[in-house]
Design a protein around this ligand. Structure first.
Ligand SMILES: [Zn+2]
Length: 262
């Protein structure tokens, strides 16, 4: 089980776009109302029954699904959420399927074990507010924007990168992978990053996202830090040094002490 980050949500967006967009939602089954936020099961079912999902978009870790004249569906996947398409006659419902959208030839299932986040509805003009003050999406941020977001900020760089109000979409795996590629220690202060550091950070972010998004996850490749962080301690795939593990900003963090000096 891994926590959904930008590439995972991009994968869920593709699932919805491919299988559910433009087709009528015949029924909505709320199997566990614990994932509904700010809306009753009855209202949720009634508002979406018969609607058609329009082209979904993503901002950070949020999936935003407009409908034809109904409220916008907002989905956040928390720590354990996912979205699955199951054609008619396919696998039985999973114990963690919480909400199921029944379409003409299959089901779109919102699955989540821990129910930390969930589904909500918003009017078109309430979407931005409902998302709660997100920073720009990490996949669209320019080098100059990233510099403006971080330069001079007296804060450790890793917690800043995973703060969704600064930059939306990065989670633990992406932040560690990006910092490792950029050769920046996760505890360095943003205020101490040189223009060169910030340029490398931006390049690393673009590259990691470019290669993660098509796979719908942060791939645990052998040449990536992510491919070794669970080996405990594991070795840096670039220089062979034993990796360090610790908590930075309250989160489990892996880094190479040689490639990423403090
Ligand atoms: Zn190294």
């Amino acid at each position: 089980m891994f926590v959904p980050e930008l590439p995972d949500v991009e994968g869920f967006r593709r699932v919805l776009a491919e299988h559910a967009t433009g087709r009528p939602v015949q029924r909505v089954d709320v199997l566990d109302e614990g994932v509904l936020r700010g809306v009753t099961p009855r209202r949720f079912r009634e508002r979406l029954r018969g609607c058609r999902f329009a082209e979904p978009r993503r901002h950070g870790k949020w999936l935003i699904v407009p409908t034809d004249g109904r409220p916008v569906l907002l989905a956040h996947f928390g720590m354990t959420g996912s979205l699955h398409w199951v054609p008619d006659g396919g696998e039985a419902r999973h114990p963690h399927d919480r909400v199921v959208f029944v379409l003409p030839d299959g089901e779109l299932r919102y699955r989540d074990m821990r129910k930390l986040q969930g589904l909500r509805l918003a009017a078109d003009d309430e979407v931005e507010e409902a998302l709660g003050g997100l920073g720009p999406d990490a996949s669209t941020v320019s080098r100059a924007q990233l510099r403006d977001l971080l330069a001079g900020v007296r804060r450790q760089v890793k917690p800043a990168l995973v703060d969704q109000s600064v930059l939306a979409g990065l989670g633990n795996l992406l932040a560690d992978e990006i910092l490792w590629r950029a050769r920046i220690h996760p505890r360095r202060s943003c205020a101490d990053l040189t223009p060169d550091d910030l340029a490398r950070l931006h390049t690393a972010m673009r590259e990691v996202l470019r290669r993660s998004v098509p796979t719908g996850r942060v791939p645990p490749r052998g040449s990536w830090l992510t491919g070794h962080r669970d080996e405990r301690p594991g070795a840096c795939p670039r220089c062979g040094t034993t990796l360090c593990h610790g908590r930075v900003g309250g989160r489990g963090t892996a880094w190479c002490p040689r490639c990423q000096p403090e």
